[in-house]
Design a protein around this ligand. Structure first.
Ligand code: SF4
Length: 377
């Protein structure tokens, strides 16, 4: 029974995203009180499906595939006053063995550059100083409406939009990092000095089983090129531990790659089967749970020690910080991020929220920096 408000109206219950795509029909079959089920590719239909949704009784249901990736701007609500996420690509054609995205989000579709730029201009005019470009393989972008406009060119176009102070993007795939993309990152000061570069494993043998289409050597060569071209760049990554067939030796490769790259941060996960993926159909989840736990604990300890050292090296520097929130630990402090995506906490009045400020770093921990406000603009 869904509760009603004082006027007897009940909320509209909508289920969206990958769970809706995979389990939506089941939710309805089990008689759940759901008004709208909208799959990942039908999200643009959400406003239509919600219209009059409190006056009908039968659930509206759409998990069909659609090629159209445009979204009506008038319904976009942004809760973050500082950052605006703008999707440029939907879907993926890569079929990595562990991943559900190609099944739930469908094949790769590009948004028109004109539409992306219109959304960026609108967000900037509303005060969002940081634009975060999103896509499953964000750097595979090719504009369907502008011949020759690849991801590097799109970065240049977004860079020209007045009011945009910072540009981030996620997630790029290592095999689509081109010379043009690196040059654009080098040339454009608003593009943040941080690259999230998912590797997933340090073992070429495991990478092949994952169908990642890059080897350990390919990845390390790319890291070398990035460090030469953009010396202050911070690299972060995703790592899967205990993928089927991962041996102690493979895991050691992951540890040595982590040491060699010196990541600024890492999302690490213990492998678990996802429905309908190639790994769940063809590979046995054969690494014992205790081994997965032991390995991920060792990896996270290593990563923490790397971050601690990197952060200690920042003491005495004066990075620019985009202030985005009140500090979670101390309410009298504000928090923001450096271009390299490191969190910095410092004492300042709330009027600095949303501003770019210069902060002198005085202290550090494994997960954040602490500093003193120098000046803001
Ligand atoms: S991990 Fe990334 S590249 Fe691989 S299938 Fe999933 S979305 Fe595509």
């Amino acid at each position: 029974m869904v509760p009603t408000d004082a006027k007897g109206k009940r909320p509209v219950v909508a289920v969206t995203g990958c769970v809706a795509q995979q389990e939506g029909a089941e939710l309805l079959r089990r008689g759940q009180r759901v008004d709208v089920v909208v799959g990942t590719q039908a999200l643009t239909r959400l406003p239509d499906l919600l219209k009059n949704s409190d006056t009908f009784h039968a659930a509206k249901f759409d998990v069909n595939p659609y090629d159209n990736v445009s979204f009506p701007f008038s319904v976009t609500k942004r809760s973050d006053p500082v950052r605006a996420s703008v999707t440029i690509i939907e879907g993926c054609n890569d079929f990595c063995a562990f991943c559900v995205v190609p099944y739930t989000r469908g094949h790769e579709r590009m948004r028109a550059s004109a539409e992306i730029l219109k959304e960026v201009r609108l967000a900037a005019s509303q005060g969002h100083r940081e634009i975060h470009l999103l896509g499953q393989i964000v750097n595979h972008y090719e504009a369907p409406d502008r011949g020759g406009c690849d991801f590097a060119e799109l970065l240049r176009l977004v860079h020209e939009v007045p009011g945009v102070d910072r540009i981030r993007f996620s997630s790029p795939h290592p095999r689509h990092v081109t010379k043009r993309m690196i040059e654009a990152m080098q040339d454009l000061p608003k593009v943040c000095r941080h690259l999230h570069l998912p590797v997933q494993s340090g073992s070429s043998r495991v990478l092949a089983r994952m169908r990642r289409r890059h080897t350990r050597d390919d990845y390390l060569r790319l890291v070398g090129k990035l460090r030469v071209s953009i010396p202050n760049i911070a690299l972060s990554t995703d790592m899967i531990i205990g993928f089927p067939g991962e041996t102690d030796h493979d895991f050691e490769d992951t540890m040595s790659l982590t040491r060699e790259v010196g990541y600024s941060s890492m999302f690490s996960f213990k492998y678990s089967e996802r429905p309908n993926t190639l790994a769940s159909a063809r590979l046995v989840d054969d690494v014992p749970a205790a081994d997965k736990t032991q390995r991920i604990v060792a990896l996270q300890e290593l990563q923490k020690s790397i971050q601690t050292k990197l952060h200690q090296q920042r003491i005495g520097t004066e990075p620019e910080v985009l202030v985005d929130s009140v500090s979670r630990k101390r309410r009298s402090e504000l928090a923001g991020r450096t271009s390299e995506n490191t969190v910095v906490n410092f004492q300042a009045a709330p009027e600095f929220l949303g501003r770019l400020v210069r902060v002198k770093i005085t202290n550090s921990g494994p997960f954040s920096l602490h500093g003193e406000l120098l000046q803001g603009h």
